[in-house]
Design a protein around this ligand. Structure first.
Ligand SMILES: NC(=O)c1ccc[n+]([C@@H]2O[C@H](COP(=O)([O-])OP(=O)(O)OC[C@H]3O[C@@H](n4cnc5c(N)ncnc54)[C@H](O)[C@@H]3O)[C@@H](O)[C@H]2O)c1
Length: 438
C-alpha cells in the first residue's frame, strides 16, 4: 500500500497541477536556473563547434589555412605548400628548358601526353584539370599519377575559376598556355549541351580574359577540331575550306572558339595558334572513342555498331596517332611568337594561326575493326547500320601541307602500328581486373 502511494505521488502532475506548482517558484531561483541553462547551452554549443572543426580538419588537412580556397568537391587550392608545388612543377630544368607552360586539360588523353613530352625535354609544366566525369574519372586519376611521377603537378580546378587562374599567373609568369581542356565528344552534345558552352566557350573566354590582362601575356596554343569542317565535302580538308556548316554543337563551339581567338588576337595582341586535330588515338586514350570501346566490346563479345552512309557509302576517319599529335603541339609552342599586348592593352599586331594536324590517310571504320580483330585475335560481332544524324560526319581527311611548311609536321605512324601500341597498353592497363573499361 505504502509503495503504491509513493508511486502515485511521483506520477506526472496533471496540466492543472503543473501550473499551480510553477507559481510557487521563487523569482530569484528562477533567474539563477535560467542563467545555468544559458551557460550549459553555450558550453554544449561550443563543444559541438569544436567537434565539427576537428572533424573537418581531419577530412581536409590544412583546411584552416586562410589562404586556401575550397571547391565544392572539398578539394582545396592555395596556401604556401600548394604554391611551392606549383612553382616547382613549373620550373624549367636549368640550362635545358626554355618554356613555362600551363597545360589545361592535363589529365585528359592529349594533355597527359603533351605534358609529359614537355617535361621530359626540360620545360616547366603545370597541369590544370577539373576531373569531370564525362568518362571514367579513375582513368584521369591514373594519368595524373603518371604525371606526378614525371614531376608534373596537376592542379584540380576549372578554367572558369577566374580567381584560381589569376592566382596561378601570380605564382608563375607562364610564357605559354597549351589549352586542351574542353568538353569533347560529338554525340554527347545532344544530351549535355550546357557542358559544351561551359567549357568550350565560357571557359575559353575566361582563360583569354586572364591571359590578356597579365604582364607578360603568354602565347597560347589551343585545341580546335577537324569537326569544324562539318558538312564540307571538298577533300582533303584544307585550312582555307569553309567551316560555317557545323554538324554538331561540339563542332559549333570549336568554331566559335576560332572566332573568339581572332577577337582576342585583334583587340589585345594575344598570340594564338589553333590546332584542328583529326581523330586522335593511342595509349591512355578516351573511352568514348570508337577504337577504344570497339576494343572493349570485341573482348566482351558484345555487338559493335559499324556505320555506313545513308547511300551505302563508306564511313572513314583520318586516324592520327598520339605521338604525331604531340610533335605537332610541341612544334606549335616552339614556333609561337610572343604576344604583343600588356596589361590588357595591345601594343602591335600578334601572331594568329590555324593548322590541321591529321594523318592524311583516311581508313574506313570497317578496316579499323579488322585490324583490332587481328591484334586481339578475336572476331568482332559487327552490326552494320546507317550513320545516325547526331553529329557524326561521313568522312574526314586532312591536308597538312601548311603544318608541314610552318611546323615541320610530318605524321609518321600508320594505323596498324598505332593500334598495336594502343592494344598493348589496353591489355596491360585493364589486365589486373581491378580496373574496368566500363
Ligand atoms: N581526341 C581527339 O580525337 C580530338 C579531336 C579533335 C579535337 N580534340 C580536342 O583536343 C582537346 C583534348 O582532347 P582529349 O581527347 O584529350 O579529351 P579529354 O576529354 O581526354 O581531355 C580534356 C580534359 O579537359 C578537362 N576539362 C574539361 N572541361 C574542363 C574545365 N571546364 N576546366 C578544367 N578542365 C576541364 C577534362 O576533365 C579532361 O581531362 C580537347 O579540346 C578536344 O576537344 C580532340
Amino acid at each position: 500500500m505504502k509503495d503504491k502511494s509513493r508511486f502515485m505521488s511521483e506520477s506526472p502532475p496533471s496540466p492543472g497541477k503543473f501550473k499551480m506548482e510553477k507559481s510557487y517558484v521563487h523569482p530569484l531561483r528562477s533567474r539563477a536556473s535560467l542563467g545555468k541553462l544559458t551557460l550549459w547551452s553555450l558550453i554544449s554549443l561550443g563543444a559541438i563547434l569544436l567537434v565539427f572543426v576537428w572533424s573537418q580538419s581531419l577530412r581536409h588537412p590544412g583546411r584552416l589555412d586562410p589562404a586556401r580556397h575550397y571547391l565544392t568537391n572539398g578539394y582545396a587550392w592555395g596556401g604556401s605548400s600548394w604554391e611551392r608545388r606549383v612553382r616547382s612543377s613549373a620550373r624549367p630544368r636549368p640550362g635545358v628548358g626554355m618554356m613555362t607552360v600551363l597545360v589545361t586539360g592535363a589529365a585528359g588523353f592529349i594533355g597527359t601526353h603533351v605534358s609529359s613530352a614537355l617535361k621530359r625535354r626540360g620545360d616547366g609544366v603545370l597541369g590544370l584539370d577539373n576531373f569531370n566525369s564525362y568518362y571514367d574519372p579513375s582513368l584521369k586519376r591514373a594519368r595524373q599519377a603518371l604525371l606526378e611521377r614525371a614531376g608534373v603537378f596537376v592542379v584540380e580546378g576549372d578554367i572558369n575559376d577566374e580567381a584560381l587562374l589569376r592566382k596561378l599567373f601570380e605564382v608563375v609568369p607562364f610564357t605559354h598556355v597549351m589549352h586542351l581542356a574542353a568538353q569533347a565528344g560529338v554525340r554527347n552534345a545532344m544530351e549535355n549541351p550546357g557542358s559544351y558552352v561551359h567549357s568550350n566557350i565560357a571557359g575559353f573566354v575566361n582563360l583569354l580574359e586572364v591571359c590578356k590582362s597579365v604582364s607578360p601575356q603568354p602565347s597560347i596554343v589551343w585545341a580546335s577540331s577537324s569537326s569544324v569542317y562539318g558538312l564540307n565535302t571538298k577533300v582533303p580538308f584544307s585550312e582555307k575550306d569553309r567551316t560555317d556548316q557545323p554538324a554538331s554543337l561540339y563542332a559549333a563551339t570549336k568554331k566559335a572558339g576560332e572566332e573568339i581567338a581572332h577577337t582576342y588576337n585583334h583587340i589585345y595582341g594575344l598570340s594564338l595558334t589553333g590546332l584542328r586535330f583529326f581523330t586522335v588515338y593511342g595509349p591512355w586514350g578516351r573511352p568514348d572513342m570508337a577504337y577504344f570501346f570497339f576494343t572493349r566490346d570485341i573482348l566482351k563479345g558484345k555487338a559493335i555498331p559499324i556505320f555506313e552512309a545513308a547511300n551505302g557509302g563508306t564511313v572513314a576517319r583520318d586516324f592520327t596517332y598520339i605521338d604525331d599529335i604531340v610533335r605537332g603541339c610541341v612544334a606549335a609552342l616552339d614556333t609561337s611568337e610572343r604576344s604583343t599586348g600588356s596589361g590588357g592593352k595591345k601594343k602591335g599586331p600578334a601572331q594568329l594561326r590555324l593548322f590541321n594536324l591529321g594523318n592524311t590517310s583516311p581508313v574506313p571504320v570497317a578496316d579499323l575493326v579488322g585490324i583490332l580483330e587481328r591484334l586481339l585475335k578475336m572476331k568482332a560481332n559487327r552490326k552494320v547500320m546507317t550513320i545516325p544524324r547526331n553529329g557524326d560526319v561521313q568522312f574526314t581527311h586532312a591536308n597538312v601541307s601548311l603544318a608541314q611548311r610552318k611546323l615541320g609536321y610530318q605524321p609518321r605512324t600508320d594505323l596498324q602500328t598505332g593500334l598495336k601500341k594502343f592494344v598493348w597498353w589496353y591489355l596491360r592497363f585493364y589486365a589486373s581486373g581491378k580496373k574496368s573499361a566500363g
